[in-house]
Design a protein around this ligand. Sequence first.
Ligand code: 13P
Ligand code: SF4
Length: 311
Amino acid sequence: DLKGLDLRAEIDRLRKERNAVILAHYYQKPELQDLADFVGDSLELSRKAAETDADVIAFCGVKFMAEVAKILSPEKTVILPDMAAGCSLEDSCPPEKFKAFREAHPDHIALTYINCSTEVKALSDIIVTSSSAETILQQIPADQKIIFGPDRHLGGYLSRKFNREMLLWPGVCIVHEAFSETELLKLKAQHPGAPIAAHPECPPTIVDHADYVGSTSGILNYAKAMEGDTLIVATEPHIIHQMSRALPDKTFIGAPGADGNCNCNICPYMALNTMEKLYLSLRDLTPRIEIEETLRLGAKKSLDAMLGMAS
Ligand code: 13P
Ligand code: SF4
């Protein structure tokens, strides 16, 4: 029974005792972002995981992110407060189907979004995140054929921006898919002059209205650099916590879903992590990420390719 426990104090005590670093993604609950040692986008979090000298990495994010931490830092104990924290993009790309798709296109390389399973990473050539995809794509020779998976919206966005044909895997993020163009245009009319910043996981109906398209960190940096006082944010709304912290005098409005508010755009997987579960995972060092070594080395190759090519 955890009633009566000062969870924040217990987490602070355990993180010292265990020599643990707590990493959190911007889509986590505010209380988890506030206690984390580092909050970042997928690329920054993987870099932090690779370079930390902590014994334990407590990952407040989703499972594929914690797996990336384990792939890059295999000697560390990596814990995830709730093992059910998956991702709809990962679910949309079963490894055996991806393998068959690759085999059907042997002259293509697989450029793969980090939001996928370790198995799919091991079947890929280069991993990208939303913040590294553009730089990496530009380094691939123009005549090289590419399979891009699993996010067809990120793939489509890159394809249009760089006028580069790619074979797209048909996966989507259920969170970014839920924004409504009609409601977004209504909101924009109510805030004339307010720019829209969108994550490239959004469909073209949203991205085409955006003044800025980029990763979570990219959107945060855009907010810090913008001159106006209001920004419409088309990504998971928990990132607004960091924006309001950094820029308390500015107004950030989450882009709406079909019901006119941004609650339907909360990531149900990210939301599974709580203070209670983080406390228990630090106390018991479980749930723990374990990856079979051959599989880990396969996935590490494509992740290392990303880390080498990302600026
Ligand atoms: P980034 O933080 O890399 O922009 O990724 C967003 C996301 O959906 C993670 O699941
Ligand atoms: Fe996956 Fe979308 Fe949630 Fe990110 S926001 S973890 S892509 S389901």
